[in-house]
Structures are given as C-alpha cells and as structure tokens.
Design a protein around this ligand. Structure first.
Ligand SMILES: [Zn+2]
Length: 106
C-alpha cells in the first residue's frame, strides 16, 4: 500500500513536467531516438536532486544533455529516469504512451 501511494505522487510529478512549457520532444543523439526533453528546473524536480547534481551526472555521461540554438540546456528524460529507478522509467513510458494516444484521437 505504501508503494502505491509513492507511485501516485511520481505520476503527478511527471504530468506536471509534461505540461510545463519547458518540455519538448526532441531527438536524442545518445539514445538514438526521439525523447522528451526538459529544462534544468524540471530535471531537478522529478529526480529530487539539486541542479548541481544534475550537471554532475551530465558531465559523467549519465544524463544526456542537448543545447538549443538559443543556448538553453535541455535534458533527456529517458536518461534521467534511468537514474531514478525502474519504477519511474515505467511511469514515464506510460506517460509518453498517453501523449501518443491523445495525438491519435485528435
Ligand atoms: Zn537520451
């Protein structure tokens, strides 16, 4: 029961991220696929890490970083979730699937 409550919180967090203006679907060179990219603030929010810790993981190659033409840093959600546990990763996949389903309906 305790685990279920945690998952609910994670889902809400991911939904907040996906609805924020900072998130965008973009090609990730390292993943070799299109992923959800989010800003530094969002990356810190879903991992519970500090922004400095996010950059350390990026420098270590654990989190994939992409810079926009405006010079804004965007982080690959897939790589972030790979470092926040398998449960979070599953939720992200479900969440991305939901986005695709919504697109099909419209
Ligand atoms: Zn990636």
């Amino acid at each position: 029961m305790k685990k279920k409550a945690t998952i609910t919180v994670e889902t809400e967090r991911l939904l907040v991220v996906s609805h924020s203006r900072g998130s965008v679907e973009h090609w990730c060179e390292q993943c070799g696929t299109k992923v959800l990219m989010i800003g530094l603030t969002e990356a810190a929010a879903i991992t519970g890490l500090t922004e400095r810790a996010i950059f350390r993981l990026t420098e270590a190659g654990a989190i994939h970083l992409m810079e926009t033409t405006e010079g804004k840093s965007l982080f690959c959600v897939d790589s972030i979730l790979a470092h926040t546990g398998p449960g979070a990763r599953q939720l992200a996949r479900a969440q991305i699937q939901n986005r695709q389903n919504r697109k099909d309906e419209s």
